[in-house]
Design a protein around this ligand. Structure first.
Ligand code: NAP
Length: 251
């Protein structure tokens, strides 16, 4: 049974693996046996040390994934750890303003990282997976705003709703190559991404009041879903957007 979830001998590329949810996912995949490449604008040295302490290999690559020009250089560097078996599209940003005031710059910045960057990085990785006939696992990090509208975050909602659709398209086109494309939709997790909500007493109370689990999520809460979707255990799972939300969607 343990081999069903083992990632031994696999290499995972986690975007934004240096902090927050991405770091939690990177560590959970390493605990299951994977070597880890983390790509972010800042370094991922803390993640590298913690992955190496688990006995796995790890690499920090600094790049701005909001630009498609970054993709090929990133993949050339990542090749030092071998072909990519698992791609976790976690890097993401959010910009908050009333919809009537929302700027084109805030629209483009979010879409470039959360949607366009995800699509073209995945395309480049999948081209290699298909050419090598290796199969693979794509895990997109979606959001409750893949299902709901949210408030004051128009480009974020558009990007995460778009990502849910894109996940299904990826599954439809690539399942025949032995590639699984799925998404995890985290609920409300205590990271930099949600700092403004945590710090606003009214919003914090409203959010906690709707979470049956009664607490904000911690990065380690994504470990089970991430290992499942990265492992052989999910070989017949395609195109799902799996909420990990303490029950938020059940309310
Ligand atoms: P976070 O702490 O702000 O982390 C964001 C990550 O994305 C960082 O690693 C950041 O690294 C990386 N990143 C941002 N822009 C980048 C760029 N242009 N190029 C490369 N890397 C970039 O937020 P988080 O909460 O962990 O969010 C991780 C993912 O989960 C995001 O997609 C977010 O939308 C999603 N999510 C979060 C929650 C939540 O409650 N926290 C809920 C649902 C979904 P650098 O700054 O070093 O580049």
């Amino acid at each position: 049974m343990p081999t069903l979830f083992s990632l031994k001998g696999k290499t995972a590329l986690v975007t934004g693996g240096n902090v927050g949810l991405g770091q939690g996912i990177a560590l959970s995949l390493a605990e299951a046996g994977a070597d880890i490449v983390s790509v972010a604008r800042r370094d991922s040295n803390d993640t590298v040390s913690r992955v190496e302490a688990l006995g796995r290999r790890s690499l920090s690559i600094q790049a701005d994934l909001g630009s498609t020009a970054a993709i090929e250089p990133v993949l050339e560097q990542a090749a030092a750890l071998g072909p990519i078996d698992i791609l976790v599209n976690n890097a993401g940003i959010i910009r908050r303003a009333d919809a009537v005031d929302f700027t084109e710059a805030d629209w483009d910045a979010v879409m470039d990282v959360n949607l366009k960057g995800v699509f073209f990085l995945t395309q480049a990785v999948v081209r290699r997976m298909i050419a090598e006939g290796r199969g693979g696992k794509i895990i997109n990090i979606a959001s409750m705003l893949s299902f709901q509208g949210g408030i004051r975050v128009p480009s974020y909602t558009a990007s995460k709703s778009g990502l849910a659709g894109l996940t299904k398209l990826m599954a439809n086109e690539w399942a025949k190559h032995g590639i699984n494309a799925n998404a995890i939709a985290p609920g409300y997790f205590a990271t930099d991404n949600t700092r403004a909500l945590q710090d606003d007493p009214d919003r914090n109370r409203e959010i906690l009041g709707r979470i049956p689990a009664g607490r904000w999520g911690e990065p380690a809460d994504l470990a089970g879903a991430a290992v499942f979707l990265a492992s052989r255990a999910s070989d017949y799972v395609q195109g799902v957007v799996l909420p990990v939300d303490g029950g938020w969607q059940a309310r």
